[in-house]
Each structure stands twice: as C-alpha cells, then as structure tokens.
Design a protein around this ligand. Sequence first.
Ligand SMILES: N[C@H](CCC[C@H](N)C(=O)O)C(=O)O
Length: 277
Amino acid sequence: MEFTKWQGCGNDFVLIDGRKQEPDDYASFAVKVCDRHYGVGADGILVVLPSERADFRMRIFNADGSEAEMCGNGIRCFARYLYEYGLTNKTEFPVETGAGILVPRIILTHGQITGVCVDMGEPHLMGEEIPVCGHDGEMVIDQPIDVGGKTYRMTGVSMGNPHCVVFVEDAETFPIGELGTQFEHHEMFPRKTNTEFVEVRDRGHVRMRVWERGAAITLACGTGACATAVASALNRKTDRKIEVELDGGRLLVEWAENNHVFMTGPAEMVFAGRLAD
Ligand SMILES: N[C@H](CCC[C@H](N)C(=O)O)C(=O)O
C-alpha cells in the first residue's frame, strides 16, 4: 500500500488514497502504521475518499485508532497533496469532513507553495455541542474543572472536535505529561477532549502546548490553535487574530467577523513509501 508522509508544524501524518486502496479496518490499520517503532510512525492517518457533497472527503484517525471529526494540520497537508499530485488543478476547493465542508486554499508565492489557509468554519460553543456535561444551553467560558486534586479554569470550544482550553502562567513548565490524560478522559467530556494549555504573551500572541485526544502530546494541533484563538477572544485576553506559537511551529489564526475561523500555516511532505504487506 502506497503512502506519503506529511507534517504541519511537526504534527505528522501518513496519508493514503482510500479511493485506490482501503485497509479492512481503519482503526487497527492506524494503530499499526502510526507506531513509531513497528510502523511508519505518525500522530495519525489521513484518508482521501470521494465525496458527493464536495470535491473530496477527508477522514482522520488518531494514533490510538479513534476517528476524529477534523484535523487542522492534517487538512493543510491533505490539500497540498491533492494539488501537488495533480488530483485537482484548483488552489481552493471544498473538502467534506466530520466538521462539515471546509475550504483549504493553497498559498502560492511566485509560483511556489508557501502554505495553506483553511476556512475552518464556525466554532461551536454551547455545552451540548462541544460536548461538555452539565452546561447544556450555555457557553462554557472560564468554568472550573477539578483534575488531579486541583481546580483549573477551562473554556470549551468545538471545531467539530472537542477542545478544553486552559490558561496557564507558564506553558513551558506546566506538567502536561502528568495531567493531559486526566483532562482527556475527564468525566465532563463524554467524547473525551483535546486540551490546550495556553500562556498569553500579548494581545496578538500566545504560546500553546497540547495534549491531543487519541495522540497524547503532539508538536502542534491546528483545531486546537483555532479553539485557542476563540477561547482567548471570548475571555478577552487577546484580539481575534493571533499568532499561536506551538512546540513545532507557528500558526496564524483569525476568528473573523463572519464567525468563521481561518487558520494559516505550513504543510510539508517528508517522504513517499510503500507499506510491506
Ligand atoms: N486528536 C484530534 C484529531 C487531530 C487534530 C489535530 N492533529 C489538528 O491538527 O487539528 C481529535 O481526536 O480530535
């Protein structure tokens, strides 16, 4: 089975074209392929599929085999793959995802691809949409959550997938490895959650580290960066357009006046290969 390996700010993916070849079971395939010793190694897999509602459909599976609704770093890589491999001649096209139909745009500078900007659609902020238990019919802004015997303040945002945004004094030293899994599996989140630990630097910049649902600590999370921008604005800590500094790179995110979130960042191919049968 042929694949290409991609990364966006160090969040890495194995991409396969599901129209040509599909594994019998995506969950076990993702676990096997994402293993960094026995497989290719990645945070997740991306699958190209046909769509009746858009030009293409993208499915994303985490390294633990769970399927996610959406992947921000992934859709940038997905879009660049389609363009570079000649599967589309458009630089902007609709992609069907679990978060709805989203629109990546290839950024060309002097004919060179310098990045991808994605209209990530609208954030979902009501408790039952994120979902967060105990907050039906209301937004979840600066709410208490008890983890590891301590009370933190969280803001819930869905970008199709659930995010718990926690503002901290120092993102570099926050014990994300110890607490990340406790947030992920907390009883408040019926579909588990991705958790972003955010240090606000100024009204246009934040430093964010992430523990991802189904993938643990990753170097970057695109939907997490979008959730961070929305949560930072909701808590009046930043403007609506910010630069998010992640372990693996920087993303530019704007929660625009039309309520759509736009994310701009890199997408790089690392290698192409063939899986042994
Ligand atoms: N772990 C995420 C999926 C990958 C999202 C992340 N890699 C991104 O770039 O948005 C989830 O289960 O919702």
